[in-house]
Write a protein that binds this ligand. Structure first.
Ligand code: AMP
Length: 196
């Protein structure tokens, strides 16, 4: 099954996506992690992406789309994936849909984590002290939230208009409790969730 983990910066989508992917038995494919790995390996793509990421902007669609296309063509992605941080713009969503259609696949489910803005800010500033991500600064966060509202939220509308199932999940609470909420919603929709 192809599912998307959707949510603003700091909503916990990376944490939840890695746990939920394990239970669905599909790879967790996170464009933010893939880009950070390009930066760490000093690749040309990493060089191009780093200043944009640090400023809280979006890396150009064509670069991210190429990266995702290569990832979806790998053998372990044939049985489905849980995408995290992609698509982040409507053009990325349109390209993804076309890519999947060629393989007679589609996005089956969007999991949308909902967290109030005050809580997002507190979480990101806390993460800045523990994980040392170079975009976890007050300025970086403010910009990422603006970009999220302008560029990424319309992706949810894109899938709503397409009739894709969207599960709104309360993203406030303990990590286990939130995972349980997501798994319960997926099970309810008939997704093959393995027991832990
Ligand atoms: P994340 O780990 O998902 O918060 O992503 C960190 C940063 O990577 C974002 O703020 C963007 O600069 C960049 N990024 C990740 N995914 C995408 C995407 N799908 N499109 C454009 N930029 C992205």
């Amino acid at each position: 099954m192809i599912a998307l983990m959707f949510g603003p910066p700091g909503s916990g989508k990376g944490t939840q996506a890695s746990r939920v992917a394990l239970r669905l038995g599909v790879p967790h494919v996170a464009t933010g992690d893939m880009l950070r790995s390009e930066v760490a390996r000093n690749t040309p793509l990493g060089h191009e992406a780093k200043p944009i990421m640090d400023a809280g902007g979006l890396v150009p669609d064509d670069l991210v789309v190429r990266m995702i296309e290569a990832r979806l063509n790998q053998a372990d992605a044939r049985g489905g994936v849980l995408l995290d941080g992609f698509p982040r713009t409507v053009p990325q969503a349109v390209t993804l849909d076309a890519m999947l259609e060629k393989r007679s696949e589609h996005v089956a489910e969007v999991i949308s984590l909902e967290v109030p803005a005050d809580e997002l800010k507190a979480r990101i500033l806390k993460r800045a002290t523990t994980e040392g991500r170079s975009d976890d600064t007050a300025v970086g966060l403010a910009q990422r939230l603006v970009v999220y509202r302008q560029e990424t939220e319309p992706v949810l509308e894109h899938y709503r208009d397409a009739g894709t199932r969207i599960e709104a999940i309360n993203g406030v609470g303990g990590i286990d409790a939130i995972t349980d909420r997501i798994l319960q919603a997926l099970r309810h929709n008939g997704a093959p969730v393995a027991s832990s």
